[in-house]
Design a binder for this molecule. Structure first.
Ligand code: NAD
Length: 361
């Protein structure tokens, strides 16, 4: 499996180094034959070359089987700050999600033995977030950006919702629910966004009709924020549009113990990108404090996605994904982890603890 690795900005290089240590340990144990190519992207690249995504990096990603991407400090060059860089100040997340059509952002949030959730409840849920349209102005127009400065005092930000994207994200959620506890909750704002979220709900209801064995309900997004804090254990698979999913997933992951546990993949029909749910955490960058579990779990999900594609190595990829997830739970329970989840280790040492467990098992 040929993987491109982009370390990202802020804490990105630290958590990516830990993730590479884990992937190499998994490769050695399970014989995955990973070909890991580390390439430049992000803020440092922008300063040096005038673009966050050099053409050689984009071409290598297109030719690869998957991508592991560290968090990018997109706000450092967004909008007016980025104007000096012109068209080179691209958001790598948006760029790859859109150009590789990675429509499903799968963000699990679960509690771990030995780590108390702020809610006091034990839970295990997955947020399935549409990733290619919605309120994300950089990816919902054929040309240009969907935020328009009408006058110096007036801005219009447009949200795009299409039947295709609603249908395919709803189908992904029900497919996932069939492998889990068979419950899908659609989160929306159809009381206000009657047409866009009305279309999204129509797609979810059509999938619910096709899956009578999967329980289905709907919750308005503002109430969902409260329900997640109050009773996260009630939910299994939550499907929603782009921005609602972005916000609710940070909430759910923090409720599991730390944003540093937020693994996620961005998956399309033929390509998958592993990417932590959180950002580049400039407040703790360079301090060896960031929890690498987010990107490590993302990489495990990427191996799991590869297993689902079938082929002669599917069992090895599935076993590697399972071993990495088990190792994360073990280091948390043993306290061999970073301070945000109750341990005393730094980022690099937690990566080594994870790699050692995978190699030794
Ligand atoms: P953030 O997610 O980077 O940080 C929020 C809080 O969570 C901070 O206190 C941070 O220290 C903490 N945190 C995040 N990851 C952690 C980890 N692994 N271990 C321990 N603590 C962790 O949000 P922000 O500060 O608003 O954003 C910083 C930058 O990241 C911005 O430029 C933003 O645009 C960008 N961003 C990028 C992505 C991405 O690349 N996918 C996602 C979100 C934000």
């Amino acid at each position: 499996m040929r993987l491109v690795v982009l370390a990202g900005d802020g804490i990105g290089p630290e958590i990516t180094a830990a993730t590479l240590a884990v992937l190499r340990a998994a490769d050695a144990r399970f014989g995955l034959k990973l070909d890991l190519a580390e390439l430049p992207a992000g803020v440092a690249c922008l300063a040096e070359t005038g673009t966050t995504i050099p053409e050689a990096t984009a071409a290598a990603v297109r030719a690869a089987d998957g991508l592991v991407m560290g968090p990018m400090d997109t706000y450092a060059y967004a909008g007016q700050k980025g104007a000096q860089y012109g068209g080179g100040a691209l958001n790598p997340s948006g760029f790859f999600r859109r150009n590789l059509d990675l429509y499903g952002n799968i963000r699990p949030a679960r509690t771990y033995p030995g780590l108390r959730s702020p809610t006091g409840a034990e839970f295990d849920l997955v947020i399935v977030r549409e990733n290619t349209e919605g309120f994300y102005a950089d990816r919902n127009m054929e040309q240009g950006n969907a935020e328009i400065l009408v006058t110096p005092e007036v801005v219009v930000s447009m949200r795009r919702i299409t039947r295709l994207c609603c249908d395919r994200i709803a189908a992904s959620a029900f497919k996932l629910a069939q492998r889990r506890r068979r419950h899908v909750t659609a989160v929306h704002k159809a009381n206000v966004l009657t047409k866009g979220d009305g279309m999204f709900l129509a797609s979810c209801r059509a999938e619910a009709e096709k899956h009578p064995g999967v329980a289905y309900d709907e919750v308005i997004v503002d109430a969902m924020a409260a329900h997640l804090v109050r009773t996260p254990q009630k939910y299994d698979v939550i499907v929603t549009t782009n921005m609602f999913g972005d916000i609710l997933s940070d909430l759910a992951i923090e409720l599991s113990g730390s944003l540093g546990l937020g693994g996620s993949i961005n998956a399309g029909e033929r390509f998958c990108m592993a990417q932590a749910s959180h950002g580049s955490a400039p407040d703790i960058a360079g301090q060896d404090r960031a929890n690498p579990a987010s990107l490590v779990l993302s990489a495990a999900m990427l191996l799991g996605w590869q297993a689902e594609q079938g082929g002669s190595s599917a069992n090895a990829f599935a076993a590697a994904a399972g071993a990495i997830e088990a190792a994360v739970a073990q280091v948390i329970q043993a306290g061999d982890c970073t301070a945000d989840v109750g341990g005393r280790l730094g980022t690099a040492a937690m990566g080594q603890a994870l790699a050692a467990r995978i190699g030794a098992a």
